[in-house]
Design a protein around this ligand. Structure first.
Ligand code: HPA
Length: 289
């Protein structure tokens, strides 16, 4: 009622808040325990069509506190079902910091996944290719990230630490699980498509980068750039989840200022990459011990 929105935005959630959402999901899918949480990024939502034996489909708007995906290209619902023999909780669309959410809100779904029992987070995104070898339509396995926003203090872990989930100062030296990466390479090799491996840099957006921004990011070691993923991975690692991250290269980042990047281009590339990404994710799921 006229209160300034920034005064009403939650900057952290209690374990009770998180567990209330988990309870609502359990009520909708009784007896279902997801082993893997999967976040599908821009233009990649169709991957969810592979889910079988669907137990529940829940629009984000029906869950308390759950951040809605306001960006075109994100369906905004949870799908609980099986894929390649594994019980999975799929987020078809995600919230981004640039939409006005707090970092705590962006981390919230991952915490709910964890409280529901998920041991793994598989996270996908559309990203701009900075590495000159990358072409639109390629996939890049994330080996590590540069937390551009986080280094300066924007963390989903800010606020009272939830000791039941993980430690105050989580180690990030192996954020992207080496075993899961090895499995992904095996799947790509068998399926016969190239799979890059590189460093993802997470930036705030929503504006795309200037050519000077991109030259800077290139020089500090980034191979791909995007506006998501990093806060979710930080949240997952904090709570002991093992993470697989995949970027779909939707466009060539414009280091020389010769082309422009559009959201339409990002979504279209996402649609083209969907079959390859689905093969990759299903293959890793099938190989989970
Ligand atoms: N920059 C940042 N985020 C993106 C890009 C990009 O070029 N492409 C898709 N997401």
């Amino acid at each position: 009622m006229g209160a300034r929105p920034e005064l009403r935005k939650p900057h952290y959630f209690s374990l009770e808040d998180i567990d209330a959402i988990a309870a609502e999901i359990r009520r909708r899918a009784p007896g279902f325990t997801p082993r893997v949480g999967l976040i599908l990024g821009s233009g990649l939502g169709q991957v969810a069509e592979a889910a079988a034996d669907v137990q529940a489909v829940i629009p984000y708007a029906e869950l308390p506190d759950w951040p809605e995906a306001t960006v075109w290209g994100h369906a905004g619902r949870l799908i609980l079902g099986h894929w390649a023999g594994q019980p999975v909780l799929i987020m078809q669309g995600r919230a981004h910091y640039y939409e006005g959410y707090t970092m705590a809100q962006i981390g919230l779904p991952v915490r709910v996944m964890r409280r529901l029992g998920a041991e793994f987070l598989f996270v996908t995104n559309a990203a701009g290719g900075i590495n000159p070898a990358y072409q639109p339509g390629d996939l890049m396995l994330i080996r590590d990230h540069i937390n551009f926003m986080g280094l300066a203090g924007l963390s989903p872990l800010r606020g009272p630490n939830l000791d039941a989930l993980g430690p105050r100062f989580p180690d990030m030296s192996r954020a992207y699980d080496p075993h899961l990466r090895a499995l992904a390479h095996e799947v790509a090799r068998e399926a016969g498509f190239p799979l890059h491996e590189g460093v993802y840099v997470g930036v705030g957006g929503p504006q795309f980068e200037t050519p000077a921004d991109l030259r800077f990011l290139h020089r500090v070691g980034a191979d791909a750039v995007g506006m998501s993923t990093v806060p979710e991975v930080v949240t997952a690692v904090h709570s002991g989840m093992r993470v697989l991250g995949v970027s779909g290269i939707s466009n060539r980042a414009n280091l020389d200022g010769q082309t422009i990047t559009t959201h339409e281009e990002v979504l279209e590339a996402g649609r083209q990459m969907t079959p390859k990404l689905a093969t990759l994710l299903a293959g890793v799921l099938a190989r989970l011990a």
